[in-house]
Structures are given as structure tokens and as C-alpha cells.
Design a protein around this ligand. Structure first.
Ligand SMILES: *Cc1c(COP(=O)(O)O)cnc(C)c1O
Length: 455
């Protein structure tokens, strides 16, 4: 019998997260204070983030202990399985071996819980009573709702309006776990009111929702803000994915030639990729690492490397990133979690230094890939995850053309069971591809100050 699943016991679960910054020769550029344009003093972040998370944000230590309480809660769904996708391989008639790490088994249906649990934990340790956050497709909001409930913290969520309308069951899930959810842009914050005054029909964006959540946290001393992607501490937490996968690939007697993750702000991608990339940084191991992004929001393939805000209104520190400009309004694609204008600063530096490459995928190709995956492997993937599947399929077909064996690993970041309306529209032929004109990108990024050159 061929072995399909590689499963770790709870005792084999990693007890430390991996901080790739320790191994990077070119460190990410520092975040800047938006007022002075000088490197940020970490204490400036204290009104917004829990101190334990700020420490992780700036840490250069290679291995960071996972608190025992967090390890225990991870065991609700971790370790997650690594699966050999024999069905998909057969359908593609490829000589490539395809493995995927199945993060869809978490109770909220995605990898987001890997960071939601430690974020709620560090806030609880500091006596924080309430957290505010944004959510795009609703995955981060659901994850943080459950995590905050586990620690008895109140949670207010700004949900991007297009997803609020497309994915009503996500809101029901957040409510089940006890969180409050409003559609963003809302009239609850100055940021939301400003956007609505400019465009009453705004369908919202992650950037706008972040502005609203940060504003609300900054105004209350017992409230902190939590972000589900982009930042270094989020990426750190997600390395549990790749650290487990590394052990599981060992069980399978393999090491990947290609590692793929879909890319919103970079957390699940970094989570699967960085523990493998460690071997490239440490030993020069050859590895192709691909970030899969939507053609409608192509920050890595077509954006610029520059300092930009993490939000639309400009309340966050300036971060060094590949960006389409913080005013970029992505098309209303169904992969709501990938509709973000920028990339995290660690990944951006790694792209700049050619350790990571990016490929963009049009919407119809992603649903085609997702459907083939569902029909061969049984799991209906989240529209975000279908981007990784599409690129894995491209790689497998390249291997077939070239007649070479190749080991491909991708992260299945979540399932799509709450996204069936998107599949319905795909089957009804109602979905389309969106492209972004060069003028739109040039116009948006022309508004950025040229600050990266200073460092
Ligand atoms: C949020 C989300 C993403 C995108 O976010 P990253 O931080 O880039 O990982 C991808 N897949 C799923 C299922 C998500 O929920």
C-alpha cells in the first residue's frame, strides 16, 4: 500500500517557532514612524499592540519558545496532516510528486488560528480586555473570535463590506464565538466616515478595515489591535506549519524541490516556506519557493519595493514592502483574503534578494484548479488556497513537459465550505478574470514617497 498521510503525534509537535530574520544576510529595512520618517521606536506601538507581540515583531532570535498554554490549545487541531496527492498526480499524469499540508482541518477552517491563539494569549497576559481587528474573507475574524473566546477577551471586528455581503455565514460563525461584527467602511470611526464621504458605495478593502480597527484600539487604553497577516510576529507564529511539514517530509523520505503558498499578506506562505528556506540560507540547499497571488492584486509580480502604509487611511507605521500603493482598490474577486495592497517586510526582502519568486494567477484558472483538486482529493479548497493549487498544477505540468521528477509541496491554507456561493457562480459561468492596467499601478505607486532609498 502507498502511504498517503504523514501524521505526527502530539508529542512530536514543534515547541519553538522559527524566526527567519536571524538567518537573513540582508535584514528587512526598519519600520518608520510616519510623522518623523525615522526608524520607529518599538514603544510607539504599545498603545496598539500587546508588548509580548512587539518583542516578537523586532526579535532577531532564531528560535522562539511556544508558550505551553498555546501548545495545549494548538493540540485542538494540531499537528495537521501532510498528504500525498496521489489523486491529483494521476489526473495530471505527471511524474512529479505532489504533497500538501492540510491546514483546513482547524476548527475555523484555515491556518489563521495558528496566530490567533498566541495573539489572544499575549494580550490576555497583559490584562487587555478588548481586541479590535479587521477581516477580509472572514477567516481571520472567525479565528480570532474563537481564540478570544478561549481567553475571555471581547472582540470587535470590521469586516470588508464585499465579503460581509458575499459570505454571510462567516459573520454567523464570528457571532457564534461571541464577537461583534460590522461591515467596513462603517460610520463607527472617523476613517470609515471619511471613506464613505468620498465613495458612499465603497465595497471596502482590507486597508480600510485596518484603519477602522486601529483607530478604535488607539482610542481606548484597555483595547489593543490584532492583525492576521503581514507583520513579523504573525509570520513567526505560522512557521508551525512548515516546521511540522519538515518533519513529515522526512517521514515520507522526501525534501521538496518546490514550495508553494498562496499570498495575501504572506502569513501562510511564509509559514510553509520559511522552515524549508532555512536550509537554503544555512546550507545553500537549492529550492524554488513560489508565492501565488491573484492577477487582480499583483503586488509581488507588478508592485514596487517601497515604504508604504499597511492601511488605506495612513494610521500604521510605514513598512518596507512590495506594494501597489495603499490606495489600490482590488477587484471584488472571491479570494477575499488575497485582496491586500502590500506584502510583509520579511517576504518583500526575500523577493528582492531572489530567494522567493512570485507568480500571478487569473481567477478562472484558480477555480478550475480548485475544482480539479476537490474532485481528486475530496477537499473543497478556499478560493485563496486555489491559487497555490493552480501554481502546483503548473509546476506538475512543467515537470511532465520536461520529463523530470520533482517534489512539490504546497500549503492548503483553508477549506471552502463557507465559500460555496463562489463555486456556484463559477459553475454558472458568472466569474471573470480581472487584470490591472499598468497605468493604474503606476498612478497609485507614484504617490508613494521614495523612502526605501534612504536605508
Ligand atoms: C487569510 C487567508 C489567506 C491569505 O492570507 P496570508 O496571510 O497571505 O496567508 C490565504 N488562505 C486562507 C484560507 C486565508 O484565510
Amino acid at each position: 500500500m502507498k502511504q498517503k498521510k504523514f501524521v505526527l503525534t502530539e508529542n512530536e509537535m514543534p515547541t519553538q517557532w522559527y524566526n527567519i530574520v536571524a538567518d537573513m544576510k540582508n535584514k528587512p529595512l526598519p519600520p518608520l514612524n510616519p510623522a518623523t520618517k525615522e526608524p520607529l521606536n518599538p514603544a510607539d506601538l504599545e498603545p496598539i499592540f500587546a508588548k509580548g507581540l512587539i518583542q516578537q515583531e523586532i526579535s532577531q532570535e532564531k528560535w522562539i519558545e511556544i508558550p505551553e498554554e498555546v501548545q495545549d490549545l494548538y493540540k485542538i487541531y494540531r499537528p495537521t496532516p501532510l498528504v500525498r496527492a496521489y489523486g491529483l498526480e494521476k489526473a495530471l499524469d505527471t511524474p512529479a510528486k505532489i504533497y500538501f499540508k492540510n491546514e483546513s482541518v482547524s476548527p475555523v477552517g484555515s491556518h489563521k488560528l495558528n496566530s490567533a491563539i498566541p495573539q489572544a494569549y499575549y494580550n490576555k497576559m497583559e490584562g487587555i480586555k478588548r481586541i479590535t481587528t479587521e477581516t477580509g474573507a472572514g477567516q481571520w475574524g472567525t479565528a480570532l473570535s474563537f481564540a478570544c473566546k478561549l481567553f475571555g477577551i471581547d472582540l470587535s471586528i470590521f469586516m470588508v463590506k464585499v465579503s460581509y455581503e458575499q459570505k454571510p455565514y462567516r459573520k454567523s460563525m464570528m457571532n457564534t464565538w461571541g464577537a461583534q461584527v460590522v461591515a467596513s467602511p462603517s460610520t463607527l470611526t472617523e476613517s470609515g466616515r471619511k471613506i464613505l464621504a468620498e465613495n458612499p458605495n465603497s465595497s471596502g478593502s482590507l486597508g480600510i478595515a485596518i484603519s477602522e480597527a486601529v483607530e478604535m484600539a488607539a482610542k481606548d487604553p484597555d483595547t489593543r489591535y490584532a492583525l492576521g497577516s503581514v507583520l513579523n510576529h504573525v509570520i513567526l507564529h505560522q512557521t508551525i506549519i512548515g516546521l511540522e511539514a519538515e518533519k513529515q517530509m522526512e517521514m515520507a523520505g522526501d525534501f521538496p524541490d518546490v514550495v508553494i503558498g498562496c499570498f495575501g499578506g504572506g502569513s501562510n506562505f511564509s509559514g510553509i516556506a520559511f522552515p524549508f528556506l532555512r536550509h537554503t540560507l544555512e546550507e545553500g540547499k537549492k529550492l524554488k519557493v513560489i508565492a501565488a497571488e491573484p492577477s487582480s492584486c499583483p503586488k509581488l509580480t507588478r508592485g514596487v519595493f517601497q515604504y508604504d502604509f499597511g492601511d488605506t487611511v495612513g494610521l500604521t507605521p510605514l513598512l518596507p514592502m512590495y506594494t501597489l500603493g495603499h490606495n489600490f482598490q482590488p477587484a471584488d474577486i472571491h479570494a477575499g483574503g488575497l485582496r491586500y495592497h502590500g506584502a510583509g517586510s520579511i517576504v518583500s526582502q526575500l523577493v528582492k534578494d531572489h530567494f522567493v519568486v512570485a507568480e500571478d494567477v487569473p481567477q478562472l484558472e484558480t477555480f478550475e484548479a480548485g475544482t480539479l483538486f476537490a474532485r481528486t482529493e475530496g477537499i473543497i479548497p478556499a478560493p485563496e488556497s486555489t491559487h497555490a493549487i493552480a501554481v502546483a498544477i503548473r509546476e506538475a505540468l512543467r515537470a511532465k513537459e520536461e520529463g523530470v521528477e520533482k517534489t512539490i509541496l504546497f500549503n492548503l491554507s483553508g477549506h471552502g465550505l463557507i465559500d460555496m456561493a463562489s463555486y456556484d457562480q463559477y459553475f454558472a459561468g458568472k466569474l471573470q478574470n480581472y487584470s490591472v492596467s499598468a497605468e493604474t499601478i503606476a498612478d497609485n505607486v507614484s504617490k508613494l514617497e521614495h523612502l526605501a532609498e534612504k536605508f
